[in-house]
Design a protein around this ligand. Structure first.
Ligand SMILES: *Cc1c(COP(=O)(O)O)cnc(C)c1O
Length: 473
């Protein structure tokens, strides 16, 4: 499997990139994102053969299609080490919780940082160590987080040989639990940088540092943020797992609802659907930062400035420029990189683009994505409703997804809502909704009282570069 950039790089045969080549990269040299040349299609017979596999077996059958430059035996061993009951709390890894007939929650948040990002990130941790071990190389991971990516990356990479993590986060904007999870780590290879700004400022710094090719090469800068292709591939797996658990046979179709920020999670669902998994709809849920909802309703994509990004009670979705969206648009443009590059120039010059009169809009309609948004009050109401009716406590992000999912629910079609975090991670909003604290796993008692270390900085690219240079040994 070869990879190409959404803006055209790497398409000549002598520039061909394999999975391990793009694994440690952020953006492509032309500013685009890595995409597989084609999406593998699964036959009905193959789908039937996948239905009863364990999670690591299923992960192997899916990921090997995209990562066929890693020897099969090695990949299988890596996945068996990644997806264990020890790390994820159950052999199912992502168990399906049934609220009532046809209404489910896919529990994806039982990894070390209590958010779904661990599913992909734990795999990356093992994969990086494997790849660097083979090449004898090292990597300085530079990332931006609105809360969950950062902690997930740090817990996956702590103590990993050849790996350092420099993680930018918006100062004072993460939940106390998220902040404590990251800033209490004292591993020598983990560096927390708090930026005076919002998530998009952090993400812009990462993009700018990574576009300095000389610096990137010299400092071995790599990325694990949501544009990392290996993360998308690892997330494709639980769409299969959830589908098999929610249906009795591969003749059925199911709907998924997905709380969305950077469009990574839902994009993995889109890939699963393209591979032939019988997903009817992908229901995209945003909070008050509703850029993506606006696009799917109108065909008009208008990313907001960071000053127009609302701080909400589902902070991991406070994103107004969804990086993986470019991958989806590349698909909708039929893989026409010139068209994609032109649309992104339009964003640069005119602040957005409108495809409602374009043939691409028909492709969007056919892709099964529908959308909706929710408010703080909706989240409170949904947390309360689910707790009262089913005795289950959900976090505010999952509540965004459940709210919009229920709005789009159709009789006779199972609805699977992806749980993106445990409620313990976002205590304040859960207490506001229910008047009681959510249960917290024993290992996390007293987390906020641990000493915290971080470096506070303005949103200044050069200062970040200097910091990396002086700490990257
Ligand atoms: C990251 C995250 C999201 C958004 O996922 P994307 O892949 O960026 O769309 C939603 N909820 C939680 C809890 C998250 O950590």
């Amino acid at each position: 499997m070869n990879y190409i950039s959404t803006r055209g790089a790497w398409s000549s045969p002598n520039a061909a990139q394999r999975f391990s080549d793009i694994l440690l990269e952020g953006l492509a040299p032309d500013g685009g994102l890595a995409m597989p040349e084609s999406i593998p299609q699964l036959s009905r017979a193959k789908l039937d053969a996948l239905r009863d596999l364990t999670y690591p077996q299923l992960a192997f059958e899916i990921i090997r299609l995209f990562a066929n430059d890693i020897p099969g035996g090695d990949l299988k061993a890596l996945l068996a080490r990644t997806y264990t009951r020890d790390v994820f709390g159950s052999a199912e890894i992502t168990p399906l919780k049934t609220l009532e007939s046809g209404l489910h929650i896919l529990a994806c948040s039982n990894g070390p940082t209590l958010a779904f990002k661990d599913i992909a990130m734990q795999f990356l941790g093992h994969l990086f160590e494997y790849v660097l071990g083979r090449s004898g190389g090292e990597i300085n991971i530079l990332g931006a987080t609105s809360g969950d990516t950062g902690s997930s990356a740090e817990y996956a990479m702590r103590g990993k040989r050849g790996v350092r993590v420099f993680m930018l986060s918006p100062y004072g904007r993460m939940s106390p639990f998220q902040t404590a999870q990251m800033f209490s780590l004292d591993d020598a290879n983990i560096f927390n940088i708090a930026i005076r700004g919002v998530f998009d400022d952090c993400q812009d710094i990462v993009k700018e540092v990574s576009s300095d090719i000389e610096f990137k090469r010299r400092m071995h800068i790599g990325a694990v943020n949501s544009i990392n292709w290996a993360r998308i591939v690892a997330q494709v797996v639980y769409y299969f797992k959830g589908y098999f658990a929610a249906s009795a046979s591969n003749d059925e179709r199911v709907d998924y609802s997905i709380p969305s920020g950077n469009f990574g999670n839902i994009y993995a669902g889109h890939v699963a659907r393209k591979m032939g998994l019988p997903i009817r709809r992908l229901i995209l849920a945003t909070n008050e930062n509703d850029v993506l909802d606006e696009f799917f309703r109108t065909g008009n994509y208008r990313p907001r400035k960071s000053s127009e990004t609302h701080q909400t009670s589902s902070p991991s979705m406070d994103i107004s420029k969804a990086s993986n969206f470019e991958r989806y648009i590349f698909d909708m443009a039929g893989g026409d990189a010139t068209h994609v590059a032109a649309l992104w120039r339009e964003i640069e010059h005119f602040g957005g683009f409108d495809i409602s009169d374009d043939a691409m809009w028909d492709a969007v309609k056919a892709s099964g994505v529908v959308s909706g948004s929710s408010t703080h009050q909706d989240r409170l109401d949904t947390i309360r409703h689910i707790h009262e009716k089913y005795g289950v406590t959900i976090d505010p992000h999952t509540a965004d997804g459940v709210k919009v999912g229920l709005d789009h629910r159709e009789q006779g079609v199972p609805l699977v809502c992806i749980e993106t975090a445990l409620p313990a991670k976002f205590e304040a909003t859960v207490v506001e909704a229910l008047g009681i604290k959510p249960e917290r796993p024993a290992a996390y008692q007293g987390l906020e009282e641990l000493p915290q270390t971080f470096k506070l900085m303005d949103a200044d690219v050069d200062e970040v570069k200097r910091y990396i240079e002086s700490h990257a040994g």
